[in-house]
Structure formats: C-alpha cells, structure tokens
Design a protein around this ligand. Structure first.
Ligand SMILES: Cc1ncc(COP(=O)(O)O)c(C=O)c1O
Length: 399
C-alpha cells in the first residue's frame, strides 16, 4: 500500500487524538523497526515504555502462537490457569498479596481508585473518598484517571469532571500533610513522573509519603505503569526508595504490547473487593496472561532490570556528553535506568524529526523534553549508535 494514501485515509477516518510521526511502521525485530518504505530505525520509544523485551522476542512470539491456538478467551466466571500463575509470580516478586487484571494502564488506575475508596470507607469512615495526586503526574485518559492527572491541559472540554480529587505539587511533603484530612482515601503518585518530564522523587519523598499515609490511615498508591517491570533498573521503582505501597498499578511492559493492566494490593486492602464489586470482560484472559507470564519470566531469567541499570548509566553518561557539545539548545539530562530525558531549549519536535530522518525514533515528555525509553534488551552498540544520531540531529537543529 502506498504510504501517502495510507496517511490520507488515516487523517480522514481516524479520530485525531495523536500527533503522528509521518511514518507507518510495519515490522520489528529486537530494537529495530522498519517502515512501509523499507527504511530501518532504532526504536528508542519502545512503544512508549511497552516493548521491554524488544519486538518479536522469540519466546513471546512462541507463547502467542501456542496460546492463540489453544484458548484465547473464556471469562472470569472460570478459573484461568495462566492468570493464576501470573498473579502468583507478581505477588512473589512484589509487596502484594493479590492482583486484579484489566486491559490498560487507565483501567488499572481506575481499579486502584475504586479499591482505595472502598477500603477507606470500610476502614476509615463513609466520608473517605478523596484521592490526592501530584501536579505534573499522568494517570490515564478515562474520566477518573484524567481527573487524577493533575494537568489542566488534559481536562479542557471534558467537564464536568468527577469529584473527589485534590492536587498537590510533586516532591512537597508539607503540601500532602496539609491536604490529607478526614475525607482522604488515598495518595496516588508515580515513583518517577514519566509523561510529565521524567522527574525523580527527592530522597525521602516516597518514605515521607509512606509515613504520612500510615499516620492518617490512608492508602498509598504507586502508579508503576511506566516505571515498573525493570525499566528504572529495579523491578519496581519503589525499590529505590525502600518503601512499599498498599496498591500498585502495572500495565505497559507487562505483556510487551498485548493489552493488559494489573492492580496489585496487600491482603488487607484487596479484601474489600468481593464477588460483583468490580470486573472486566477481557481482563486477565488466557491470551494476555499467558504472554504476561512469558514476559515476566523472561525479564527475571535474563536479569533485565540489572541490565537496564547498566545500560541506563551508559545512556545517561553519553547523553550528558552530547548535551555538553550543544549547550545552547540542550539542557538537563535526568533519568533512572532506561527512562531518560533531556530538556531542550530549541523545539523538541525539531529534534524528534531530525532523529527520525537519521534512523532513530524517540519520544517527548513534559513541555519540551526529549524522552528515551528503549527496550531493556538494547545493547551497548545500539546505545552508542543512538547517541551518535542524537548528536548529529542536535547539530542539525542548531543550524
Ligand atoms: C504513569 C502512567 N499511568 C497511566 C498511564 C495510562 O496508561 P494507558 O494508556 O495504558 O491507559 C500511562 C500512560 O502513558 C502512564 O505513563
């Protein structure tokens, strides 16, 4: 199919919710993808932190083939072996005791909000329903999760927004202390703000939130949809802070691109969900959870979190060196593991286009930052090649 024709049809028939790169990707292998014209790219977007194992990982492809030919979908009115095994594995490798499976990050966060409210009402009092979230955060596009996303630009035109949400600045414990009251059900935070610009928590921030939540008897919810599954150099980003939440949400990389969401919780909190209180038709179906099981097992066996930590250091050091060469248009480099950003003073869109033209796909974040989230299997040579392209692209943007 002619690419120009495809883009015209897309512009005509698809609702315009995304600013698209002018390429149609048709094939992938590891960290590389090819467009409809046969051009090859290094994919440092990772499908926005999704394809942790890279494209078409043989074990993932094998599981998909086998499960699709065995049993795709039943319903949660039956026991689903793959779902049970994935839940057990997630619990064995986290703070959690129980899991609820859904189909996306937003749905996992919706579940977390409902769970925190129900738990708070049963334990703290019927008034408890408010969720406190952080300015600059991102939690999804459904009505509740977009309201939890404390960035007005995502709200415009969708009013009336659901009630029961309060916003405080990120990294400000005093503000959380002031905001918690007798109506608070939970505090929702990303352990690193991803979409907002890859902002890290100050030392002591997450432990401070844990303490405030414990004192007030409210649930601490970590949104690890972008940071989880080894991306930051540990399996879960909360491990860097040495504290655990009561509820955690996971999605993106959990099935390497097959839609899935998961809400994990301690027994004490999870207990408030009883038959009929919550549900999802597709959530946790044999296909998605079989793939999730293969992805999670592979991630553990291949020690990809450790690999992300080591690769992340190479990437950040390299990016800092590149930034020093172009200080008039590139600013701070920050990140953890393979979630990395660099502020730009020149329009980041120009840099994205210049990288793409040279065979590297990259993301943006926040107001004007470059964001890199390559597959966790990226190797040193690929990182060096990516850095070389960014260097040349910055050079082109400066001219
Ligand atoms: C931290 C965080 N939470 C929630 C979401 C929403 O996930 P989804 O797009 O799968 O609904 C995202 C997506 O970027 C995210 O980064």
């Amino acid at each position: 199919m002619d690419t120009k024709q495809l883009m015209e049809w897309s512009d005509k028939h698809i609702m315009t919710t995304a600013k698209r790169n002018p390429v149609a990707l048709v094939r992938g292998e590891g960290v590389r993808v090819w467009d409809s014209e046969g051009k090859e790219y290094l994919d440092f977007t990772g499908g926005i932190a999704v394809t942790a194992l890279g494209h078409c990982h043989p074990r993932v492809v094998g599981t998909m083939r086998e499960q699709a030919a065995t049993l795709l979908h039943v319903s949660n009115i039956f026991y689903i072996p793959q779902q049970v095994h994935l839940a057990k594995l997630l619990c064995e490798h986290s703070f959690a005791d129980r899991v609820f499976f859904s189909n996306s990050g937003a749905e996992a966060n919706e579940t977390a909000i409902k769970l925190a409210r129900k738990w708070a009402k049963e334990h703290g009092g019927s008034d408890r329903g408010d969720i406190i979230s952080m300015r600059g955060g991102f939690h999804g596009r459904t009505l509740a999760t977009v309201t939890a996303t404390a960035q007005e630009k995502y709200h415009h035109g969708f009013e009336p927004l659901p009630g029961g949400f309060k916003y405080v600045p990120f990294n400000d414990l005093r503000a959380v202390e002031r905001a918690i009251d007798s109506r608070t059900a939970g505090v929702l935070v990303e352990p690193i703000q991803g979409e907002g610009g890859v902002y890290l928590p100050d030392d002591g921030y997450l432990p401070g939130l844990r303490k405030l939540c414990d004192e007030a008897g409210v649930a601490l919810i970590f949104d690890e949809i972008q940071t989880g599954m080894g991306r930051t150099g540990k399996l879960w980003a909360y491990e860097h802070a040495g504290v655990a939440p009561d509820i955690m949400t996971v999605a993106k990389a959990l099935a390497n691109g097959v839609p899935i969401g998961a809400t994990l919780a301690t027994e004490d909190v999870a207990r408030v969900f009883t038959p009929g209180t919550h549900g999802s038709t597709f959530g946790g179906n044999p296909f998605a959870t079989a793939v999730g099981l293969t992805v999670f097992t592979t991630l553990l066996e291949e020690r990809l979190a450790e690999r992300a930590a080591a690769s992340g250091r190479i990437l950040v050091d390299g990016l800092r060196a590149v930034q020093k060469k172009h200080p008039t248009i590139a600013g701070e480099v920050r990140g953890r593991g393979l979630l990395v950003a660099m502020d730009m003073t020149a329009p980041v869109g120009d840099l994205v286009a210049a990288c793409r033209e040279r065979g590297l796909l990259v993301l943006t974040a926040g107001d004007n930052a470059l964001r890199l989230a390559p597959p966790l299997v990226v190797d040193r040579a690929e990182i060096e090649r990516g850095l070389e392209i960014i260097d040349r692209a910055l050079e082109a943007c400066r001219r």
